[in-house]
Design a protein around this ligand. Sequence first.
Ligand code: NDP
Length: 329
Amino acid sequence: SRQIHLASRPTGLPTHDNFKTVEQELPELQHGQVLVKNAWLSVDPYMRPRMIDRKSYIAPLQLNEVIEGGAIGEVIASNNTQFPVGTQVSNLAGWCTTFISDGTDLTPLPASDLPAHLFLGMLGMTGLTAWAGLNKVIQLNADDTVFVSAASGAVGSIACQIAKLKGCKVVASVGSDEKAQWVKSLGVDAVINYKTVDNLTEALKQAAPEGIDVYFENVGGEHLEAALNVMNDYGRISVCGMIANYNAETPQPGPSNLFFINSKKLTVQGFIVIDYFEHYPEFLAQMTEWMQAGKITSEVTIYEGLDQTVDAFLGLFSGKNKGKMLVKL
Ligand code: NDP
């Protein structure tokens, strides 16, 4: 098995030196075990906070061990009747070409003709994050004006489309004009390129003169400050992530306008998708229906080969992806 291990804990933006590629011979399969060959690896922003040795909702990644994460592979040898050879499975084995499992950490993909990688994106963890963040964490209403940050990413691009399907007005922020065009083509009403505007608050006010009722927060920092400035009374903020802070070497100052949470009577609710896995069947049925009706779509950015995995991961922090960032083995 070829694997990428965490070699040292990064400070700031990780570099290649924080990772090392390791060849590991796998032992013979025992009774009940299967050998899985991964075909698709997921790289995700949450992996960066997991590189810090601290208590969180998920255990930190360990030094000199494989970087854990979502992947999709195929069973290529089996001593387990539940997982015959050829079964496609999603798994959390992470950045490795092959691995041995007793099956407890494997989920067979639903039988379908859909491309397997969709189950790491729109029909997988990131799609569920967008769906749950709008429908379960807060309750989206058709008359809401919704602001989505990191709107061209895996979660953001699905969140925008779900809000449009609900009937909402959607305002998005992205990091390039090309991304802005793509997000517009998804039906979003107004798009801000946060890298080229002078003042994010003013740009947001122009895009949503009626104010924002719901903020789907992916970024933090300046984006949160601008959103707070433009939120309407009783607005709701679904806090999905704050990628702008993940590589900060020192604690970042909070927005200067947190008082608006009080004076505008806002609800701010953070969430972690793991707590919403029980809704997966409902989510999958809804998404599949939308997809088959041509009402929702997704984009993927693909890096090829295990050796590109670190670059794909680092690319998340400089906006190299449109839609879900994936590695194809
Ligand atoms: P994305 O596909 O959105 O990739 C990250 C994107 O973030 C980049 O493409 C880039 O786009 C943007 N970005 C990077 N750095 C900055 C910055 N400093 N300021 C503004 N934008 C930035 O990743 P995901 O969809 O997987 O994740 C999006 C968010 O959702 C993250 O915060 C992540 O942690 C969170 N998340 C939370 C989950 C939960 O359970 N709560 C589950 C999954 C994800 P651009 O070109 O626009 O800058």
